[in-house]
Design a protein around this ligand. Structure first.
Ligand SMILES: [Cu+2]
Ligand SMILES: [Zn+2]
Length: 168
């Protein structure tokens, strides 16, 4: 009986641990941006709190190899903007301190500025990145955007909006 009770205790502990891990993780299904909205999915990106900021874990396939700019954008909307810009409805990079500056993940500008994601030669993106200034609460009701090119953390945030997903 004692052994059974102990076993049950372990099982309950494991179930509780996995439930709380799920609750503290949010994710975005990333879709190809088109002129009128979005098309097929290229995978997911999940977010969880790490010791030194939010850890961003991509699981994507079918992208063009190289570094690609990625940001947390203001609005949970991947549709075209009022001026017709694909995924323009997502708005700008989140900037709660109103800095008006794009300085990358290690600067003091937009909070939504993230490290570039690395697309490997086979088109997959699986290497996690860490956003040191970001907190999980900053992600609520936002969108995640991956651009067509590299973010130089200064004047060039990565070009066209290419993959977009709502963080939830
Ligand atoms: Cu962006
Ligand atoms: Zn920015």
């Amino acid at each position: 009986m004692n052994k059974i009770m102990t076993g049950l205790g372990v099982a309950i502990t494991i179930v509780c641990a996995s439930v709380s891990a799920q609750e503290s993780t949010v994710s975005a299904t990333m879709n190809v941006v088109t002129a009128t909205g979005t098309a097929e999915s290229v995978g997911t990106v999940s977010f969880r709190q790490g010791e030194h900021g939010v850890i961003i874990e991509p699981n994507l396939a079918g992208l063009t190899p190289g570094p690609l700019g990625a940001h947390v954008h203001q609005n949970p909307d991947c549709g075209p903007g009022a001026d017709g810009t694909p995924a323009g409805a997502a708005g700008t990079h989140i900037d709660p301190s109103s800095t008006g500056k794009h300085e990358g993940p290690y600067g003091q500008g937009h909070l939504g500025d993230l490290p570039n994601l690395t697309v490997e030669q086979d088109g997959t993106v699986k290497i996690p990145v860490q956003a040191p200034r970001l907190k999980m609460a900053d992600l609520t009701g936002r969108s995640f955007m991956i651009h067509a090119g590299k973010d130089d953390y200064s004047a060039q945030p990565g070009g066209a909006r290419k993959y977009c997903g709502l963080i939830k």
